[in-house]
Every structure is written in structure tokens, then in C-alpha cells.
Design a protein around this ligand. Structure first.
Ligand code: GRF
Length: 197
């Protein structure tokens, strides 16, 4: 299976996928393309360092969401992509896009869905909300992507303890290290293997 990873930022989840591919955890698919909607995303550097084709597709230049998604679809088709992974990808995808890749787009969300998810809950905001609520346990979720933000079927979850005195940054780091970077590679391998059958 050919896998594309869509990114917008630092790319630590992409790095976890690359490392999992190198260690053999991911062996039923191959990451062959990285697409970023942010020209300065360090994730693009990570892809280049790993020898993976990396594209920047600019929503600014393409003006509309429609044109942006069409450009991404063209790149995905040209590269024969079977499975798409959203890894810190900060852009909503339309129903046109998600329906085209039904049950072939995975997303990592840094909370235990259905808590702290949906529009408005992304990045650090998710952890700020968890701390404001005073939850003792949070975590991460991998789910299929459909037209509802964070709405598709859940594939995997992993819980992480909230510690006294946690700041949003400390909590985000723990959720990434102890949950995101573990369940995303595992889920990518599981779905890739199931697509082959
Ligand atoms: C992570 O917290 C991830 O859960 C969220 O975006 C943040 C940065 O991800 N989706 P990455 O380092 O760019 O993979």
C-alpha cells in the first residue's frame, strides 16, 4: 500500500511513522509522499531527510478550498496513493474529499474522543480544555476521517495521566510521547494490512 502523510507543522507524528517504517512496525505499507499546506513546516524537512517525496501545496495561491483539494487529489492520484494519514494537518477537508477516500483517511487527535473534539479543538487548545475541565486522564485517538470534524469511527485510543501542575505544553508533550507516537504507527500498519486483504 502506498501511504501519503498530510502535515502542517513540526511533524513529530510523521517522524514516528518514518521511524516505525524503518523499524519494521509499519511493513504492510510504504510512506511515499508527504504533503504540507505550510511552506515552513519542519515536517517537510523530516520527509526530505528520510528521502521521501515532499510537496508544499499552497491554499493561499490556489485561493479556494476546492482548488486546494483538487491539487491534493491530483498529487495523490499521480503518486498512486492508497492510504492517507493526517498527522498534525491543520485544514478541514470537505465531504467531496473525504467521500472520495472513504475509510482510507486516518487522523490522530490528541484527546480521548468524544471529549475535547470537533471544530475549535486543535493543537494546544485541546490540552488547555482538558486542564480547564480538570480531567485526571486524557490521551489520543486515531480515527477514520469523514465529513464531520473528528467524527469517523475510532480505530485506536491510548490513555495518558494528567499530573498536578501540568501546563498545556507539558501535557501535550506527554500525550505525544506516550500515546500519539505509539498508536498512530500501530493503526497505520493495521489499516494498511487490512487494505491488502
Ligand atoms: C500534535 O499535538 C498532534 O496531536 C496535533 O498536532 C500536534 C503537532 O503534531 N494534531 P506534529 O508534531 O506536527 O505531528
Amino acid at each position: 500500500e502506498k501511504i501519503a502523510v498530510l502535515v502542517s507543522g513540526g511533524g513529530t507524528n510523521l517522524q514516528a511513522l518514518i521511524d516505525a517504517q524503518n523499524s519494521g512496525i509499519i511493513h504492510s505499507g510504504e510512506i511515499t509522499l508527504v504533503i504540507s499546506n505550510n511552506q515552513n513546516a519542519y515536517a517537510l524537512t523530516r520527509a526530505e531527510n528520510a528521502g521521501i517525496k515532499a510537496l508544499y501545496i499552497s491554499k493561499k495561491e490556489l485561493k479556494t478550498q476546492e482548488a486546494f483539494e483538487t491539487a491534493m487529489i491530483e498529487a495523490l492520484e499521480e503518486n498512486g496513493i492508497d492510504l492517507i494519514v493526517l498527522a498534525g494537518f491543520m485544514s478541514i477537508l470537505s465531504e467531496r474529499f473525504t467521500a472520495r477516500y472513504d475509510h482510507r483517511i486516518l487522523n490522530i487527535h490528541p484527546s480521548l474522543i468524544p471529549s475535547f473534539c470537533g471544530t475549535g479543538y486543535y493543537g494546544l487548545r485541546v490540552h488547555e480544555a482538558a486542564l480547564e475541565k480538570g480531567v485526571k486522564v486524557t490521551g489520543a485517538t486515531v480515527h477514520f476521517v469523514n465529513e464531520i470534524p473528528d467524527g469517523g469511527e475510532i480505530i485506536a485510543q491510548k490513555a495518558v495521566e494528567v499530573k498536578d501542575g501540568d501546563t498545556p505544553e507539558l501535557l501535550q508533550r506527554r500525550v505525544m510521547e506516550q500515546a500519539e507516537w505509539i498508536i498512530l504507527p500501530e493503526s497505520v500498519e493495521k489499516v494498511s494490512a487490512s487494505l491488502i486483504q
